[in-house]
Design a protein around this ligand. Structure first.
Ligand SMILES: CC(C)(COP(=O)(O)OP(=O)(O)OC[C@H]1O[C@@H](n2cnc3c(N)ncnc32)[C@H](O)[C@@H]1OP(=O)(O)O)[C@@H](O)C(=O)NCCC(=O)NCCS
Length: 187
């Protein structure tokens, strides 16, 4: 389970990439679409868990922005070069977020995926999720490594790798921060 102390440790993640990690705005749609379109064949297959046409990727990007998905971007010189997404899985049980990641090939292995993962966890806490799921294929070593860095438990389901991440309840994470802010405002 990811706890607030772990997140503080993660805040020190090192990277040699100079761009910023920020939530994407509605006006970033075209940049997000271009990012997904630039993924090389292998990364695109890993991201979408199978082959995907340009038309599919374009329609996916539009849907993601319309359907209440949280999209975090790695933005450098005004271009989106990496992204992390969180959307709710339909179902009657415990609200569960599905998460997905993409970093363009030339920028992989520089810690950007880890920074995106960290930020997405914060957003998931803010939205009150206590569990997240990430799905990929069993050979995706990069995703498996990334997930294990953040304590995700991986298991196999019908030829897919499904990583489950448990989060502690949001109020335990955010209450102390809100209290210290309140003290600051009262001073
Ligand atoms: C998965 C992905 C987002 C990781 O992004 P990244 O920026 O390379 O990640 P990081 O640089 O933060 O690396 C995270 C860890 O994975 C490891 N890693 C990265 N690529 C790897 C690879 N091909 N094989 C094995 N380990 C790998 C890194 O060494 C690092 O571990 P460490 O900190 O112990 O050294 C990126 O590889 C990607 O976009 N892949 C294509 C799409 C995809 O597979 N998405 C996930 C499924 S939705």
């Amino acid at each position: 389970m990811i706890e607030s102390g772990d997140m503080n440790d993660m805040a020190t993640l090192k990277t040699n990439a100079s761009g910023v990690i920020r939530q994407l705005r509605p006006s970033d749609l075209s940049k997000f679409r271009e990012h997904l379109g630039r993924l090389d064949i292998e990364s695109r297959r890993d991201r979408f868990n199978g082959p995907s046409s340009d038309a599919f990727v374009e329609a996916y990007a539009e849907r993601a922005f319309r359907a209440g998905t949280t999209v975090i971007g790695y933005v450098e010189n005004g271009e989106v070069l990496g992204a992390a997404e969180l959307h709710e899985i339909d179902g009657d049980g415990e609200p569960t977020g599905e998460i997905a990641f993409s970093v363009e090939r030339t920028l992989q292995h520089r810690g950007i995926g880890s920074r995106l993962f960290q930020r997405l966890i914060w957003h998931a806490h803010a939205l009150g999720y206590t569990q997240l799921r990430v799905t990929t294929h069993p050979q995706n070593q990069a995703m498996k490594r990334l997930a294990s860095k953040f304590d995700a438990r991986l298991r196999f389901e019908g030829g897919e790798t499904v990583g489950l991440i448990e989060l502690e309840p949001a109020e335990e994470v955010f209450a102390p921060q809100m209290m210290s802010q309140a003290r600051f405002l009262a001073a």
